[in-house]
Design a protein around this ligand. Structure first.
Ligand code: KG4
Ligand code: ZN
Length: 355
């Protein structure tokens, strides 16, 4: 059975995975850089690049060990090539290109957001397109229509902060480390979400855009007003802020479903791991008779399985990448097709045939 080796190094995780041609995960491993970046309360690109260089061989060896496979068993290699931090992207992409050249297997350059959208592809319950994808992470918050041919169109996006960024900035003001979403999620479960009323921006506007900076400012003001926060106030504040973010995400997602005329929703990105976001979306999709796909928690945040599965879709569509393809810090999802080319007619080359 054919195997895809994939790398994700666009930010602060060195992630490697191997899947088979059905999309099943044979091995996955992530080396997190949270400790290296923690003193700076955010990701430092130079530190990230160095850590990726130090880790990538170890993490790759770990997935070969876990899967009991050898590099000779790999039929294609993929890496995130856009968008992200240039140095970190370069490390994963160059390593994957070197592997491609060294082992004579095709290389597939993947758009990070396509990875998030298709992280559950081939898992039970993952819908066939068309569907709406809500991707909410530390760097992105947007709604897309995934079309029948697996192309993607943007329906709406944040006009300022990403949802994960709002969680992280609120967390920073509360003295938590980076990233803070998971800690706020935990505290919020013990709090009262109706104690503070925070704004859900753009609720009555046309379109599917988001805005989180007003909410963030109001939460930061409330923190100052109540300082020093007692335990109950801290829990209530986390629950109320989380509720406003979850309401904004689910409101806009339901609007996007109507605009895109689809019956299914897929979520992804670190904020898709949030318990209230998951519950509210489950409630609303059930009420509307929509199919909802929620990825496993470990496949919400950055990982390499999502890159491998996006690559599997490309292979099935007969797409590969030129080794000359450059990494890019910014590239809209609508231009993700610039990363791949139609493979040459290759009926004689069974390695390339994933259909
Ligand atoms: O997708 P991801 O790993 O990286 C980016 O591409 O940005 O997302 C990381 C973001 C961080 O902002 C983190 O605070 C947030 O996802 N996050 C959460 C939760 N787990 C991670 N936010 C809310 N609740 C969570 N449980
Ligand atoms: Zn991401």
């Amino acid at each position: 059975m054919k195997k895809i080796l994939a790398f994700e190094t666009s930010c602060d995780d060195t992630a490697v995975a191997i899947i088979d041609e059905r999309g099943d995960v044979l091995a996955e491993c992530i080396a997190s850089q949270i400790k290296e970046h923690a003193p700076y309360l955010g990701v430092v690109p130079e530190i990230g690049s160095r850590a990726h260089i130090e880790q990538i061989v170890h993490v790759t060896n770990a997935v070969f060990l876990e899967s009991k496979l050898s590099p000779r068993d790999v039929s294609a290699v993929a890496a995130t090539c856009a968008p992200g931090l240039l140095g970190p992207l370069l490390v994963g992409a160059q390593f994957a290109k070197g592997f491609s050249l060294g082992h004579g297997v095709p290389f597939i350059a993947i758009h990070h957001i396509e990875g998030h959208i298709f992280s559950g592809f081939s898992d039970e319950g993952f819908p066939a397109p068309p569907f709406v994808a809500l991707i909410a992470s530390g760097g992105h918050t947007a709604l897309y229509r995934c079309n029948e041919d697996f192309s993607t169109s943007l329906l709406g996006q944040t006009l300022d902060d990403a949802a994960g960024e709002a969680f992280d900035k609120i967390g920073r003001a509360l003295g938590f480390g980076y990233p803070a979403g998971k800690i706020i999620d935990k505290l919020a479960r013990l709090g009262e979400p109706s104690r503070f009323s925070f704004p859900v921006a753009l609720k009555h506007h046309d379109g599917c855009d988001f805005s989180f900076s007003g909410l963030k400012t109001r939460v930061l003001e409330t923190i100052k007003q109540h300082a020093p926060l007692d335990k109950t106030t801290l829990q209530d504040l986390c629950a109320s802020a989380q509720e406003a973010i979850a309401l904004a995400l689910s409101d806009r997602c339901m609007k996007a479903v109507r605009a895109a005329n689809v019956q299914a929703v897929v979520v992804g990105g670190g904020v898709a791991a949030n318990s209230r976001v998951r519950d509210l979306l489950t409630e609303r999709c059930l009420a509307q008779g929509l199919t909802l796909y929620l990825p496993k928690i470990r496949h919400c945040t950055d990982n390499a399985v999502m890159i491998a599965r996006a690559a599997l879709i490309k292979m099935r569509l007969g797409l590969v990448s030129d080794l000359q393809v450059d990494v890019r810090a910014n590239l809209s999802i609508e231009r993700a097709n610039e990363l791949t080319i139609a493979q040459m007619s290759s009926s004689s080359n069974s390695e390339l045939d994933f259909t």
